[in-house]
Design a protein around this ligand. Structure first.
Ligand SMILES: [Zn+2]
Length: 430
């Protein structure tokens, strides 16, 4: 039987329900899909135009980052080590007012997509301005992305008012409704910059097309305290009372939740994008991973923007996630390596409501696959591939990336891209 691509590797991690691992495994891809997966016996059945023999490697689903502001890559390291309010009001907002326009988003998204591909991210869930530019760059690069134009009560770099942002969102939903790679979410920023009326309008639009609603929820103590003062209830209760929360809600951060809030998350099947590095860097707080995990909530990982991280590297995010919750609970059994790899793969797909398509290597799913080279001093010897992925692998160990059946990066070269030009453009911006 003919097929397009065969990938071989020492450990094929499927991340399926049973967490099957094939030693000396094979993944067979035809067009955009995985058509078979197993050990070398299946090779006899197929004739492929292209074979990637990744040798001593891990072959696994591409990583899914469920909360990003990709174009903020151009603000990487602009201002650090400051309280959130000062960081935002004195540095980020003025820089956005000064620099953000269509060209800026285009160039910065080029850099962000390059960085993500090179660190094994094959799909990201974004919220920012001029998102049509980020969508078009992601799609040119062959990346999977879900984009959401940020909706705020006041004018932004890209929209005169919230109606404008809603209109833009609806146009994008229609434009990308049959797209292979791009999907669209409605993205009201947060309760502190979106009125109840605008949040209701946003949810109505999301319901109309049955798309996700992506927002920051309960990120800071201040957000929580202000809401308790003004509405006499927590942000989660406040949002729930006017019908914003359901199984199409992607809640970034979710730090300051009490038990009743977690119960609402459970009942409404809200999906969480956990961003531990950003939360630590901005000193926002520590998400109650233990309780939320015990409640069987879907928890995935996001890097947030590069201005508060300062990279888009999900391997660092995995490591920090595992370490943070162990020390925070004085319990080394929390956030095990297998559990954390799930967060960056299949849970990411569940968060984006795309787990029928991506997030694991299974027959019939889209071929979004990465390989990690284990021939490195810091990865030898190997007893447990999940352990290495969380505690030892660096993003630079990712060697190949396949998205939707297409080879996007081969031997660390992102195909069809002038990498130097993208880096020169970024340096010119300073
Ligand atoms: Zn964010």
């Amino acid at each position: 039987m003919n097929c397009n691509l065969i990938i071989k590797g020492k450990y094929v991690l499927t991340m399926n329900e049973k967490m099957d691992v094939f030693n000396d495994g094979i993944v067979v891809v035809d067009n955009d899909r995985i058509i078979e997966i197993g050990t070398k016996e299946i090779l006899k059945k197929y004739k492929s135009k292209k074979i990637i023999d990744a040798g001593n490697s891990i072959v696994m689903p591409g990583l899914i980052s469920t909360h990003t502001h990709a174009a903020m890559a151009y603000f990487r390291g602009l201002a650090d080590d400051l309280p959130l309010k000062e960081w935002l009001e004195k540095h980020i907002w003025p820089a956005e007012a000064k620099y953000v326009n269509q060209d800026f988003i285009k160039q910065a998204s080029r850099l962000a997509c390059l960085e993500m591909i090179k660190s094994g991210v094959t799909c990201f869930n974004d919220m920012y301005f001029f998102e049509e530019e980020t969508a078009s760059i992601a799609s040119q690069r062959g990346m999977r992305a879900c984009v959401g134009e940020a909706i705020l009560d006041f004018p932004t770099a890209s929209c005169k008012n919230p109606e404008d942002a809603l209109k833009k969102t609806e146009e994008m939903i229609l434009r990308y409704k049959d797209s292979e790679l791009i999907s669209v979410a409605v993205a009201p920023h947060s309760i502190y910059v979106c009125s109840k009326e605008n949040l209701i309008k946003a949810k109505k639009l999301a319901n109309k097309y049955s798309v996700n609603l992506h927002m920051h929820i309960s990120e800071t103590k201040k957000e929580n305290e202000d809401c308790l003062r003004d509405n006499k209830k927590s942000p989660v209760k406040y949002l729930d009372e006017f019908g914003i929360l359901d199984n199409k809600t992607i809640a970034a951060h979710s730090i300051w939740l009490d038990n009743a809030d977690i119960e609402i998350y459970k009942n409404r099947q809200i999906k969480i994008s956990h961003c531990p590095i950003s939360n630590m860097k901005l000193a926002s707080g520590v998400m109650n991973f233990e309780k939320m995990n015990e409640s069987n909530l879907t928890i995935s990982l996001g890097t947030d923007g590069a201005a508060s991280n300062n990279t888009l590297d999900l391997f660092s995010e995995m490591r920090v996630c595992a370490l943070l919750h162990k020390v925070n609970n004085l319990n080394s059994e929390i956030a095990s390596s297998g559990e954390v790899v799930k967060m960056a793969t299949i849970n990411g797909a569940k968060t984006l409501d795309m787990d029928n398509k991506i997030g694991s290597l299974e027959i019939g799913k889209k071929a979004d696959i990465i390989t990690i080279n284990l021939d490195k001093p810091h990865l030898s010897p190997i007893y447990n591939p999940y352990s290495h992925l969380v505690y030892a692998v660096n993003s630079a160990d990712v060697e190949n990336a396949i998205i939707n059946g297409k080879i996007i990066m081969h031997d660390r070269n992102v195909l069809g891209v002038d990498e130097d030009k993208i880096l020169r453009e970024a340096c010119k911006f300073q």
